[in-house]
Write a protein that binds this ligand. Structure first.
Ligand SMILES: *Cc1c(COP(=O)(O)O)cnc(C)c1O
Length: 228
């Protein structure tokens, strides 16, 4: 029995707890999403045995295969990767959450394709806060219009924003991007689009993200090890 995943999870939970305390926030205000992309189903089983229930996948087909092979466990699956139109049906049928919506067309497809027997798909809009040219994510100036349109779709429930900052040179730089995401989150709420989820923070920047108000950190490497 290899208990590395279990030990790693304990360390990550401790990091979340310390960062939350330092920020004056309750440690249960931050949800841990274990990012299992490229990892075998067995690694997910080990994490589940150590008490982890929510998992994130980037690659749709890989995620769907893993979900099927782990259907005996009561897991909550989050799609956090880019979604091509021809993959939206698989996402609508298999995942509980999507963090990576960045255009209306995909949101409309997901809503139309969500099976009636499932609860609404819980969704976040991916926002490109730091303006990286080759990055997915809606531009901040287009965010409000997208949010208002997505909020009207019947089989989606708009929950929040997701951001993937460029790797930052230092903690201060990382925090600037997180702070901008938090400000966008606040301005949408002020505009009447009710959001409760701010999905930001990964292995390298989870402390900075929690300091700036993240409610969901997406952690892969620190739990499952370096991806090959
Ligand atoms: C891979 C990935 C993560 C996890 O990154 P780590 O640095 O391994 O913790 C989180 N979010 C997204 C969108 C990812 O693609």
């Amino acid at each position: 029995m290899n208990d590395t995943v279990s030990n790693n999870l304990q360390k990550v939970r401790k990091r979340i707890e310390l960062a939350s305390t330092a920020a004056g926030r309750a440690s249960d205000a931050v949800k841990l999403l274990a990012v299992s992309k490229t990892m075998p189903a067995q690694a997910v089983r080990e994490a589940h045995a150590a008490g982890q229930l929510a998992f994130g996948e980037n690659y749709i087909q890989e995620g769907v295969d893993k979900i099927a092979s782990l259907a005996d466990l009561p897991l909550e699956w989050h799609c956090i990767g880019p979604i091509q139109s021809n993959k939206s049906k698989l996402v609508a049928e298999n995942f509980a959450w999507v963090h990576s919506i960045d255009r209306l067309k995909i949101a409309e497809r997901l809503s139309a394709q969500r099976p009636a027997h499932l609860p609404p798909l819980q969704v976040c809009l991916q926002v490109n806060v730091d303006g990286g040219n080759n990055k997915s994510g809606v531009a901040p100036q287009e965010l409000l219009a997208l949010a208002q349109a997505v909020a009207k779709l019947p089989h989606l429930q708009l929950r929040g924003l997701m951001t993937i900052p460029e790797p930052a040179a230092n903690e201060l730089a990382a925090r600037t991007v997180h702070r901008q995401a938090k400000e966008l989150f606040g301005s949408l709420n002020a505009a009447g689009v009710k959001l409760d989820t701010l999905s930001m923070g990964m292995t390298a920047d989870l402390e900075a993200a929690i300091a700036e108000g993240s409610t969901c950190v997406r952690v892969g490497t620190a739990i499952f090890g370096v991806r090959s």
